[in-house]
Design a protein. Structure first.
Length: 381
C-alpha cells in the first residue's frame, strides 16, 4: 500500500462519484447519470458529479437537490481530448474521497491502467463502468480491450447480449445487467389524427445516428403515403440534413425542431405516430424508453439493445442497415399497423411498465451500489 495515501474509511452514507467527463446539455447518458444521482440521494447515498462542459439544466437541477457538481468550463469541440485530461488532476483528488467511482469516460490504456493501479496500491474505491454503447460496437477484440475493461471492478450493462459481448472481449470480473432507469409511465395521449402520418426522431443530430439514410427512406415513403418527418434535437449534422433534404426534394416535409428541453420531450413524443432510429451504433438508447413509456412505437436498425427491445412486436420492429428500400418498407408496415389499431398507446404503456418496472430497477441499482461501496464482499463474478 502507498504509505502516503490517506487512510480510507467508508462513510455511513456511501459516497458515489459520477466521473462523467464531457456532460452534454441534453443526452441519454447525461439524463441517466442525473436520474441515478437523484435516486441515490433519495436512498441515503452521497452522490457527486465530476464533469466538463457548459452549465446545463441537468446540472442546475442536481445542485438544487443538493448534489455537488464539480465542473470545468471546457465546451464541446475541443480537439484531442484535452478537456478529459484537464479534468484528470481534479478527478484524482475526487476519487480519493469516494467509495465508488462510476466512470462515464474510459481513458486510453496507459491512463486507465494507472487509475486501476492506484486503486490497488492504496485500497481505493470500487471502479464501475456503465456501458454507453453495445460493447462489441465500441471495442474490438484484443489484449488492449481486455486490459482496459479489466481495470474495472464491475461493469453495469443493459442487456444479456451486452454481457456476453463483455465476456467475449475478455472481461472476467463482475457483470451486472440492469437497464437504464426508465421514465415513469403515465396515461398516454391518443395518437394524433391522420393523414398525414408523422414520423419522429428524438436524439442528437450526429453522424452516428445515420440520419441521411432515414431521409432517403423517407423520400421513398413520400411517394406512396402522406407523411411528415419531425427531427427533435440538434447537433453537427443539422446543416448536412437540410442540404440532403433539399437535394432529394423532401425539405418542405422535414421539420427540424432543434434541441428539446426535458419538459418538452413528452409533447414532442405525443405529436408523432411513430419514431424511427437509423443509427450505426447504440447502447440502451434512453430516448427509446421515453418514447415507449408514452405509448408510441419504434422502427430501428439492429444495433445496440434494439434487437432485444423490439423482440416484443408491440413495441415496433427492426429494419436493416444498408438497404434503404427495405428500411422504408419496414416503416410503412409499422405505420399500417398503427393506423389499423395494432399498437394502441395504452397497450404499449402497459407492456412497457411490465417489462421495465421503474421502482424495481431503481432498487437493483441501489443494491448494486451498496455492494460496490462495501467492496463487493457479498458479490460473486
Amino acid at each position: 500500500m502507498d504509505r502516503n495515501a490517506p487512510r480510507r474509511t467508508q462513510a455511513l452514507a456511501p459516497r458515489v462519484l459520477l466521473y462523467s467527463g464531457g456532460f452534454a446539455p441534453v443526452g441519454g447518458i447525461e439524463t441517466f447519470l442525473s436520474e441515478l444521482a437523484n435516486c441515490l440521494l433519495d436512498r441515503d447515498f452521497q452522490p457527486r458529479l465530476l464533469c466538463w462542459g457548459q452549465n446545463s439544466v441537468l446540472m442546475r437541477d442536481l445542485r438544487r437537490r443538493g448534489v455537488p457538481v464539480r465542473r470545468l468550463f471546457w465546451r464541446w469541440g475541443c480537439r484531442w481530448g484535452w478537456p478529459d485530461y484537464a479534468l484528470l488532476p481534479l478527478g484524482l483528488r475526487e476519487i480519493r474521497l469516494a467509495d465508488v467511482v462510476v466512470m462515464g469516460k474510459v481513458f486510453r490504456e496507459p491512463v486507465q491502467m494507472r487509475l486501476g493501479g492506484r486503486r490497488r496500491r492504496w485500497e481505493g474505491p470500487a471502479f464501475v463502468l456503465v456501458t454507453p454503447y453495445r460493447p462489441s460496437e465500441l471495442w474490438a477484440r484484443g489484449d488492449e480491450a481486455a486490459r482496459v475493461l479489466n481495470s474495472f471492478d464491475a461493469i453495469v450493462t443493459q442487456s444479456e447480449r451486452f454481457a456476453q459481448d463483455l465476456r467475449d472481449l475478455g472481461y472476467n470480473h463482475i457483470i451486472e445487467v440492469i437497464p437504464y432507469i426508465p421514465p415513469a409511465v403515465v396515461k398516454p395521449r391518443e395518437l394524433p389524427p391522420f393523414p398525414p402520418f408523422r414520423l419522429g426522431f428524438l436524439g442528437r443530430l450526429e453522424a452516428q445516428k445515420n440520419l441521411c439514410y432515414l431521409l432517403e427512406a423517407f423520400a421513398l415513403i413520400r411517394r406512396r403515403l402522406p407523411v411528415e418527418l419531425h427531427l427533435f434535437g440538434d447537433g453537427s449534422e443539422e446543416s448536412s440534413l437540410r442540404n440532403t433534404g433539399a437535394t432529394i426534394g423532401v425539405a418542405e416535409h422535414v421539420y427540424l425542431h432543434g434541441r428539446v428541453s426535458r419538459e418538452g420531450v413528452a409533447k414532442a413524443v405525443d405529436e408523432c405516430h411513430l419514431f424511427v432510429f437509423s443509427s450505426f451504433s447504440e447502447g440502451q438508447c434512453l430516448a427509446a424508453l421515453e418514447i415507449l413509456a408514452r405509448g408510441r412505437t419504434i422502427v430501428a436498425t439492429p444495433v445496440g439493445v434494439f434487437p432485444e427491445l423490439l423482440c416484443d412486436r408491440m413495441f415496433g420492429r427492426l429494419a436493416p442497415l444498408g438497404n434503404v428500400q427495405q428500411f422504408a418498407e419496414a416503416i410503412e408496415q409499422q405505420l399500417a399497423g398503427v393506423s389499423q389499431g395494432g399498437a394502441e398507446p395504452g397497450d404499449v404503456c402497459r407492456i412497457f411498465a411490465r417489462n421495465f418496472p421503474r421502482e424495481q430497477i431503481i432498487d437493483d441499482y441501489v443494491e448494486f451500489f451498496r455492494k460496490a461501496a462495501s467492496g463487493f464482499s457479498k458479490c460473486s463474478s
